[in-house]
Write a protein that binds this ligand. Structure first.
Ligand code: HEC
Ligand SMILES: [Cu+2]
Length: 347
């Protein structure tokens, strides 16, 4: 008999702890569970109340006792009661749910960011220091962690039940989710969106470690190149620096400090530059032309992987006013194969 890994994990977990609910291992988990149990409670009260009335009235008004049917006129008090009480309960659920929703959807400003790329059928995590891991995620406890996620193919969903965290991972768009792990330990990672034949195998481990252990882990698993450094190499090898050299005479805008700023576009609109905007600016440059520049940037659709886009975005985030200098320093030693250098194309 074949048991899917997901079911199997549930079974093992069940046998091990015989607990009905996954452990609460993030700061948000107790809040989620409180709302969940409240919903469960009012549902049970509702079922018991309706069930008891149903059975009670069936007995009391059964045929033997009432051979002739009596007509009962409505009662305004009764009708108002059974309208107002459920309405009040639903409003409580709504307000409570909305407050929790805002909490879940607004990551704290000091959250550290980790990128997740989903594809059939695995999860890749990319840490800012350049550490990569497949079907695993190492995070520190006691500090908010934001995941910026994207899919390379179909819809997936990133779910860590012990953290009460789940978010769709969508092709062509960054989605984010955040959590603050409280307990060091190893937790389940699932894809919870059916995504093809091996969907059930798209699972992994989330390892929450004390900040000191996490620090040790990042040092042990470093590849020697941070995301931004990889991005710098790509930036040069794709010829971006031909136009974005940072020179006043360059054909493209200086990208220093562009992240987090508000750009004025040629059509007069303002745009906040976040990760999503940068990604779109590279793939669909003609969609939003920066004011004061000609629409000469070619599209890089299909030429850069999602991993590569993440690297370039992380690189652009680090750019300071004197970035041309840093860029030529590093690229001259790390990327001889660059098709163009700023010097060669300078007008
Ligand atoms: C042929 C010159 C040229 C090349 C090559 C080029 N760009 Fe651009 N880029 C521009 C111009 C001009 C603009 C401003 C007009 C616009 O928005 O399209 C721009 C805009 C941008 C923006 C929007 C931010 C801003 O300040 O306007 C980003 C981000 C960007 N480029 C990144 C890149 C990256 C990354 C590459 C390489 C993969 C690249 N560009 C290659 C010319 C170029
Ligand atoms: Cu999936």
């Amino acid at each position: 008999m074949h048991i899917s890994p997901v079911l199997w994990q549930f079974l093992v977990k069940w046998l091990h702890s015989s607990s009905l609910f996954p452990a609460e291992a993030s700061t948000i988990a107790p809040y989620m569970d409180a709302l969940y149990f409240f919903l469960l409670l009012i549902t049970i009260i509702g079922i018991v109340l309706v069930g008891a009335l149903l059975i009670g009235f069936s007995l009391r008004y059964r045929r033997v006792k009432n051979p002739v049917a009596t007509q009962v006129e409505g009662s305004t008090l009764l009708e108002a009661t059974w309208t107002i009480i459920p309405l009040a309960l639903f409003l409580v659920c709504f307000v409570w749910g909305a407050l929790l929703y805002f909490r879940i959807y607004n990551p704290p400003a000091n959250a550290m960011n980790i990128y997740i790329v989903g594809k059939q059928w695995m999860w890749k995590a990319e840490h800012p220091g350049g550490q990569h891991e497949i079907n695993a995620l190492h995070v520190p406890t006691g500090r908010p962690v934001q995941l910026t996620m994207i899919s390379q193919d179909v819809f997936h969903s990133y779910s860590i039940p012990e953290f009460r965290v789940k978010r769709e991972v969508i092709p062509g768009r960054y989605t984010t989710v955040w959590f603050n792990a409280t307990e060091p330990g190893t937790y389940h990672l699932f894809c919870t969106q059916y995504c093809g034949t091996q969907h059930s195998g798209m699972i992994g481990e989330v390892v929450a470690m004390t900040p000191a252990d996490y620090e040790k882990w990042t040092q042990q698993s470093t590849s020697g190149m941070s995301l931004a450094q990889n991005g710098e190499r790509l930036f040069a090898s794709l010829g971006c620096n031909a136009c974005h050299s940072g020179n006043a005479a360059a054909r493209g805008p200086n990208l220093a400090g562009v992240f987090g700023s508000k750009l004025t576009l040629a059509n007069g609109n303002q745009a906040l530059v976040n990760e999503a905007y940068l990604r779109d600016a590279i793939l669909n440059p003609s969609q939003h032309i920066t004011a004061g520049f000609a629409p000469i940037m070619p599209t890089y659709q299909g030429q850069i992987s999602e991993d590569g886009l993440i690297d370039i975005i992380e690189y652009i985030k680090t750019l300071q006013t004197n970035y041309r200098v840093q860029q030529t320093n590093v690229t001259s030693q790390s990327n001889q194969a660059a098709p163009t250098t700023p010097e060669m194309v300078k007008p």
